[in-house]
Ligand binder design. Structure first.
Ligand code: KPL
Length: 298
């Protein structure tokens, strides 16, 4: 059993899911919220296959006092920098920080703020959504991949992740994994948000299927230009597989649009377009989607 204490910044679906899984591996977990909770313990409800399970969990304000040894950042990509800034007084140079967010392009701001901390990123295909505060629906099992941004091996705390019920794996090149996830998100999330449809509709509607192919052609071209040849060769098949495997899901971007929350478009399609511009690759289909989602975002 692990003696590690994880603070989880962001008590949304993924923060609650990872928090509960780490508790199952014997870790102490504190969920950090933006504002001070009325009590410092709460009850986390995780619903899966019709069964509700309840877990006592520590909750606290992110900007309260007290050092943090291990921090899992589970906020949305646009909130990472501000959320970390608000609690920077709790972080020591020895604090390891794992960022679990969709998209790319947020690491530079974190490195500038916390230049001495070891940073890790995590991608996951676990399906979870928030029913209400501290109540989540764990909708599907997936693979969770973690790696250090310095390319190093797993630290001692990773053992506890292997003890969780999650299917978890260490990645030597987490940035290649993040790019592959970004490629899939670029092809699925904006289209589902604009058309307000479930992921599976991207396979059943002929018009949307053609749009997915055009997006994947562009994503493959950018991937080749930046040396992500594996992603370039598998992106069409990988996207088709994720659409089939998550056919009944509403993508995170569609959920954000429906809830009136800012989307992660700048960190998904926006990042792809910035890379395309840097490398001289034309991506008109992705650019059009970025414009449409930004119009909805307002
Ligand atoms: O990661 C996802 C998301 O919605 O953000 C996919 C894989 C598209 C599943 O919905």
């Amino acid at each position: 059993m692990s003696a590690h204490h994880w603070h989880v910044l962001g008590a949304g679906a993924m923060g609650c899911l990872f928090g509960q899984q780490l508790m199952a591996a014997g870790c102490t977990v504190t969920l950090l919220q933006r504002s001070a909770p009325k009590k410092n313990t709460g009850t986390l409800c995780v619903e899966a296959e019709g069964i509700h399970r309840h877990f006592p969990v520590q909750v606290a304000a992110a900007d309260a006092a007290g050092d943090v040894d291990l921090l899992l950042v589970a906020t949305k990509a646009p909130d990472i920098a501000n959320a970390l800034f608000a609690m920077r007084h709790r972080l020591r140079t020895s604090t390891d920080i794992v960022i679990a967010a969709n998209g790319m392009g947020f690491v530079a701001a974190v490195e500038a703020m916390l230049p001495e901390n070891r940073l890790f990123c995590c991608t996951t295909t676990e399906g979870a959504y928030r029913v209400q505060p501290l109540h989540i629906h764990h909708a599907g099992r997936g693979l969770t991949r973690i790696g250090s941004l310095d390319g190093g091996g797993p630290p001692a705390w990773f053992e506890a992740w292997l003890d969780t019920p999650l299917h978890c794996q260490w990645e030597q090149d987490i940035n290649a994994v993040r790019w592959e996830k970004l490629a899939v998100n670029c092809a699925i999330n904006p289209l589902t948000a604009i058309n307000r449809c479930k992921n599976g509709t991207l396979a059943t509607s002929e018009t949307l299927r053609e749009q997915v192919t055009r997006l994947c052609d562009e994503i493959a071209a950018v991937s080749s230009a930046r040396g992500n040849t594996h992603t370039a060769s598998i992106v069409h098949a990988a996207v088709a597989e994720v659409i089939a495997g998550t056919a009944t899901n509403r993508s995170s971007m569609l959920q954000d649009i429906e809830a009136g929350r800012p989307t992660e478009i700048d960190f998904i399609t926006g990042y792809l377009i910035a890379e395309a511009a840097r490398l001289g690759v034309d991506v008109p289909a992705n650019q059009a989607l970025l414009n449409e989602v930004k119009a909805l975002d307002q």
